[in-house]
Design a protein around this ligand. Structure first.
Ligand SMILES: Cc1cc2nc3c(=O)[nH]c(=O)nc-3n(C[C@H](O)[C@H](O)[C@H](O)COP(=O)(O)O)c2cc1C
Length: 338
């Protein structure tokens, strides 16, 4: 258990227990990086101690290397940014060879994000990862990015369909025994159904949310601004959307592990996400502006919670939920206690 020590504005010393649990995964701190915003490996190690945050979530990896989308891939929009990086990456084997050793040397807890464009690709990536994870105790969980193009379905991305999401989760569950989080898209009216399908197929928890589908227009050129056409909206504009996704999924699944992500850049944003029902949070776009953001958000969260009178995270998680949900969460917690 790690206690983040802080001093309130009134000068009295106080401490908040920031340790948390995502199913069978215990973390000393609830703040993680968000996939794709902290590089593939130990890029942020020169800014802060990667072992001091909950976990480093690496950029999504597929079974083979992938070049990503045409440029431009990023653009600022009101309240955040749009990206269409297109999941460029070295593939699981290249990553394990080039990047994992540096993460291991930092003592980081590593969450590997996987993606695919077909069910078979999810299974292939997961089998490769299973081999790598057998040799590395740094890998603590898998996050399955199902917010990616599905070439076998008329719907555009896996996470728009409960059936396709369940298929991807099942393919990965069969191959790896690590804690498995399904990372969903907010751009569906069926979020709770998709989440239920993911959990039913063997996911241990949910990461909510990936970017929302968006578009930017170049007025002079009279065409979409990003090379791929549309992109994913992230940053402050996504915060309320992600909060609602967490809130609704927590009501539907009081016992499941939930990671909240979307527009968090300070202690209050992280605290809001926890009160909505997240057990942990991730920091994405804020890290692109300030590489120390994940560490800073952890420190600010300790201060915010101390100011609000909390001494441990388990009292914060779901604090904004209705009575029925809070009772169901407490019951689930008591059942899971060792
Ligand atoms: C440049 C960029 C690249 C991203 N790449 C990935 C990725 O590889 N895999 C993934 O699951 N999410 C990816 N995301 C989504 C983030 O992990 C996160 O879910 C989203 O940006 C919302 O959080 P934020 O508002 O804190 O950025 C990416 C986001 C950005 C901005």
């Amino acid at each position: 258990m790690s206690r983040f020590r802080t001093r309130s504005r009134r000068g009295e010393g106080s401490s908040v227990d920031l340790s948390t649990r995502l199913g069978r995964l215990e973390l000393p701190n609830p703040v993680m990086t968000a996939a794709g915003t902290a590089g593939h490996g130990a890029e942020l190690a020169r800014y802060f101690d990667l072992a001091s945050i909950g976990a480093v979530v690496v950029k999504s990896l597929s079974a083979t290397s992938w070049p990503g989308n045409p440029s431009p891939r990023l653009c600022p929009v009101p309240g955040g940014m749009l990206n269409s990086v297109g999941l460029q990456g070295p593939g699981v084997a290249g990553w394990a060879r080039e990047e994992l050793p540096r993460l291991e040397a930092c003592g980081a807890r590593v969450v590997v994000s996987l993606w695919g464009r077909r069910l078979a690709e999810f299974g292939a990536a997961a089998r490769m990862l299973a081999g790598v994870a057998r040799e590395s105790s740094a890998i603590v969980a898998v996050e399955l990015n199902v917010s990616c193009p599905n070439l076998e379905d008329r719907r555009r991305i896996f996470a728009h369909s409960p059936e396709a999401t369940a298929g991807a989760v099942a393919a990965v569950r069969e191959a790896v025994d690590l804690p498995l989080l399904a990372k969903l898209s907010p751009s569906t009216p069926e979020l709770v159904e998709v989440a239920g399908a993911a959990l039913g197929a063997g996911a241990d928890g949910l990461t909510l949310t990936n970017t929302a589908l968006g578009l930017a227009i170049d007025l002079e050129e009279r065409r979409p601004l990003l090379g791929a056409g549309g992109g994913g909206l992230s940053g402050p504009a996504l915060h309320s959307v992600a909060l609602r996704a967490v809130y609704e999924c927590r009501q539907a699944f009081p016992a499941t592990a939930i990671v909240g992500v979307g527009g968090i850049s300070d202690g209050e944003g992280a605290a809001r996400m926890l009160m909505a029902g997240a057990d942990a949070v991730q920091v994405g776009t804020a890290t692109l502006a300030d590489p120390r953001a994940p560490e800073r958000v952890g420190q600010l969260l300790g201060r915010t919670l101390a100011r609000l009178g909390f001494d441990s995270l388990d009292k914060v998680v779901g604090a904004a939920q209705d009575e029925k949900t809070r009772a169901a969460m407490s019951k689930a917690r008591r059942r899971d206690e060792p």
